[in-house]
Every structure is written in C-alpha cells, then in structure tokens.
Design a binder for this molecule. Structure first.
Ligand SMILES: Cc1cc2nc3c(=O)[nH]c(=O)nc-3n(C[C@H](O)[C@H](O)[C@H](O)COP(=O)(O)O)c2cc1C
Length: 224
C-alpha cells in the first residue's frame, strides 16, 4: 500500500495468495469442512476471536439487521452453528417472527470466508442452562442484568442492577439462575459457501446446497 493511500480506502488493496480450493479436496458435506477451517483459524496466531461471526436476521417485513455474535459450538445432529443471546433482543424478536438467518465468518489473515444461511431454532432449555452455567460469574450476572437492546436510561442504572444481582446471588454461594429470556439458537444452513481469496480477484468459491434427501449436498463452484 502506498503512503498516499494509507488512510484512503479506495487505495487499500491486498492481493490474496494464501491458498486455493479444489473440488477434489472438498468433503461431501459442509460441516466437516467448516470444522476443519475453524480449527485452522483457532490455531492461527493472527486470528482474534475465530468464533466471531456476523449474524443477519430480518423482521416480519423482511427488513434486515446484522451484528456480531460468538459461535459457541455446533450441533452435529442438526448440522448447524450454535450461538447464545437474549431472546428479547432485536435479533431474538426478529427470529421469533421470521426464524431464518444468515451468518458470515471471516478470517482475514487466512483470506477465508464462510457464509451460511438457513433456519434458526432455539436449543433446549437444558442445553442453554448448561452453557450459561459454564460462563464466568460476571458474564452470568451481566446477562441477568441486561435487558439487551432495550433503551437504557444511564450506565449507572445498569451498574446498579448488576450490583443488586451480585448481592442477591453472591459468587460461589448460590447458582445464578438462567434468565427466562436468555439462551441458545442453532442456525441450520441450507446453503454453506466457502471462499478462499486468490490473486487478481479470481477467488475460489464453493457452495454446498442441501439436497432433497436428508444429508445430501449439492456442491457447485461459483464465479468469484
Ligand atoms: C466480538 C463480539 C462478540 C459478541 N458476541 C455476542 C454474543 O455471543 N451474543 C450476543 O447476544 N451479543 C454479542 N455481541 C453483541 C452484539 O453484537 C449485539 O450488540 C447485541 O447482541 C445486540 O444485538 P441486537 O440488538 O441486534 O439483537 C458481540 C459483539 C461483539 C463485537
């Protein structure tokens, strides 16, 4: 990048040359490829929060919204990606009227992207409770204190709510209850797309589309 273009996005350019994708090297189904890419990203020193993904949802009219959430695992039986949030948040409300979503993982340093889209369903309350109680105490209190996405009158109001909850559920003395409106979802993709950057914008893209039979996937190379 030249000096002149250091802060000018129109001049920012990276030539992608870290790898390539060939059909012959790809598995028959997408989740195992995702796991392989995820493990590579998680093991790469240059990747911060490899499990961060952009999640898009839409309201009943189809108006979209997007935000970052953390992938907290996968459901092998459903073949989907798990994340946790507040069911009353904007995303939660949108999912309740329109249970579909899309997500994007991007691992810049590896010049890789995975895009997925499909249906979204809640995980069981037991699964949510198990994950909730595996979180650090402070995060549990935080989830209980936050009416996520609702207007907050002041920072102090939030801190005070957290303080009251810490007093009510002292660390190490009792369990912080799983909030009624908090838990997990699994995004079960009908389409997964794997992108590997290549030179001169001639990238490799492969899409897996769910077939008519359970467990059947159609694999297609797409134009970059
Ligand atoms: C790196 C990162 C990770 C995040 N992880 C989560 C998460 O796992 N769950 C969550 O509810 N919000 C997470 N957030 C906050 C969301 O991006 C968002 O602000 C919040 O969920 C409210 O979104 P909504 O109003 O669109 O529902 C994360 C934000 C960042 C930047």
């Amino acid at each position: 990048m030249s000096e002149k273009h250091e802060k000018d996005p129109s001049g920012m350019r990276v030539d992608y040359d870290k790898g390539e994708l060939r059909r012959g090297g790809l598995p028959l189904e997408p989740l195992s490829l995702f796991k392989e890419w995820f493990a590579a990203a998680a093991g790469h020193d240059g990747v911060v929060e490899p499990n961060a993904m952009t999640l898009a949802t839409a309201d009943a009219e189809g108006a979209p919204s997007a935000r970052t959430v953390l992938c907290k695992g996968w459901d092998d039986a459903l073949g989907g990606i798990e994340f946790y949030t507040n069911y009353g948040s904007r995303k939660g409300r949108e999912i309740s009227v329109n249970p579909r979503g899309a997500a994007v993982f991007v691992w810049h340093v590896m010049q890789r992207q995975v895009c997925l889209r499909g249906r979204v369903e809640r995980v069981s309350r037991e699964r949510s409770a198990a994950y909730f109680h595996s979180r650090p105490y402070g995060s549990q209190i935080g989830a209980l204190a936050s009416d996520q996405s609702a207007v907050l009158v002041s920072r102090d109001a939030l801190d005070e709510r957290a303080e009251v909850l810490r007093a009510e559920f002292p660390e190490g003395e009792c369990e912080v209850p799983l909030p009624e409106g908090w838990g997990g979802y699994v995004l079960v993709p009908e389409v997964w797309e794997f992108w590997q950057g290549r030179r001169s914008r001639l990238h490799d893209r492969f899409a897996y589309r769910a077939g008519a039979e359970a467990g059947e996937w159609l694999l297609e190379r797409l134009n970059p």
